[in-house]
Design a protein around this ligand. Structure first.
Ligand SMILES: Cc1ncc(COP(=O)(O)O)c(C=O)c1O
Ligand SMILES: N[C@@H](CCSC[C@H](N)C(=O)O)C(=O)O
Length: 384
């Protein structure tokens, strides 16, 4: 077919050749592969280095992420770990001031133990962030929308500035919240896009996974070296589950987004300050619309009192109280005690991180049921 296919179509059609023409890519549950003969070893020898199920997944992701090189790893944090291993002591990294807690923890680790200089700044303030990116900056680490404050940064403007200052500066973008369905960071100037595939890409909360995408041969080479050297590549059965989950990405995320918008509007109608890029009240609503095709399904809001937030969360019946997001069922959490507990209370305060912030991630249930459950929880908690 010569026509350019839409992403929704690409998602469900996995190109793969396998011995028996199985319709579904088999899970090659083998650590080793026999050498044909000693002069021709074949493409696979050991699953740490490569596995056909992982290759099928990576090839499929390459199409979806419109990237020349894609690597699938055993978690989103493993992906970031592989990326930051290209840094050397003394290198300077500029990062956002609102990042997933585990990202912050890993950046703090490399700052403390690898002697890499890491500065955190408000990425919504273009003047500030660009003033911090200089010719000495080796890497920029961004998230947008951020987890959990839903801050939006201007990726193109930041990447253009970084590359002007230092053509070798590596702009790394965490696209977990938007997924390739709603945002194409590589097209906007990122050198490396990574995602926690544990979230939307898989969608079923039954695996941990991460992906790295880049169009640079040089960066891809470095990434593959570390994956092979450390064993960070995704396992065959997890590759198989991720391939299966990806097929319904568009259906799931579109429905989740629809629900999130309805919930966000309902919360706003209760005079609550809601952080969601699909609301016109979001301070970077226009910017987000300019660089993304959708607004995702994660939102957060404050109640003004940690005790009230805890009571609301405890009173929810449909929302599971868990970390993570992107699951087909709805989730609710208190980031300061859960996903962002690894950031010290002092740092959270410095970065204006509200302790009463509730993060909510819409699933694919009926929006009416989800709103009714929240309304009921508010009542039980004595809120509103
Ligand atoms: C935005 C974001 N990036 C990266 C990660 C790390 O991914 P993983 O949990 O798959 O290691 C998470 C959550 O854990 C996240 O929320
Ligand atoms: N105990 C975990 C917490 C994981 S939080 C996962 C997710 N990214 C989220 O934002 O909810 C840890 O220490 O990493």
């Amino acid at each position: 077919m010569t026509k350019k296919l839409s992403l929704e179509t690409e998602l469900v059609h996995v190109e793969d050749t396998n011995t028996h023409n199985a319709s579904i890519t088999p899970a090659y549950m083998s650590a080793t592969f026999k050498a044909k003969d000693l002069d021709e070893m074949g493409p696979y020898d050991y699953t740490r280095s490569g596995n056909p199920t992982r290759s099928a997944l990576q090839n499929h992701l390459s199409k979806i992420m419109k990237a020349k090189h894609v690597y699938a790893l055993n978690s989103g944090m493993a992906a970031l770990d592989v990326i930051v291993r290209s840094l050397n002591p003394g290198d300077e990294v500029v990062a956002g001031d609102d990042l997933y807690g585990g990202t912050d923890r890993l950046l703090t680790y490399i700052k403390t133990f690898n002697h890499i200089k890491v500065g955190h700044y408000d990425t919504t303030n273009l003047e500030l962030i660009t003033s911090k990116i200089t010719k000495n900056t080796k890497m920029v680490v961004l998230e947008s929308p951020t987890n959990p404050l839903i801050k939006i940064c201007d990726l193109k403007a930041i990447a253009d500035h970084a590359h002007k200052q230092n053509p070798d500066c590596v702009v790394v973008f965490d696209n977990t919240m938007m997924t390739p369905l709603f945002m194409s960071p590589l097209e906007l100037g990122a050198d490396i896009q990574y995602e926690s595939a544990t979230k939307y890409l898989n969608g079923h909360h039954d695996i941990m996974a991460g992906v790295i995408a880049t169009n640079s041969d040089e960066l891809a080479k470095k990434v593959f070296f570390v994956i092979n050297a450390t064993g960070a590549g995704i396992a065959p059965f997890d590759s198989w589950l991720l391939l299966r989950g990806l097929k319904t990405l568009a259906l799931r995320v579109e429905r989740q987004q629809e629900n999130a918008l309805k919930i966000a509007k309902w919360l706003e109608s209760q005079n609550i300050k809601v952080r969601y890029p699909g609301l016109e009240s979001h301070p970077q609503y226009e910017l987000h619309k300019k660089q993304c095709k959708g607004t995702g399904a994660v939102l957060s809001f404050e109640t003004g009192d940690v005790a009230v937030s805890k009571r609301i969360i405890a009173a929810c019946e449909l929302y599971s109280v868990t970390v993570s997001f992107g699951y087909v069922a709805s989730l609710i959490s208190l980031p300061c005690l859960m996903s962002h507990a690894s950031i010290s209370a002092e740092t959270r305060k410095e970065r204006e991180f509200p302790e009463d912030l509730i993060r909510l991630c819409a699933g694919i249930e009926s929006a009416d049921d989800l709103i009714e459950d929240l309304a009921h929880a508010f009542k039980v908690a004595g809120f509103r």
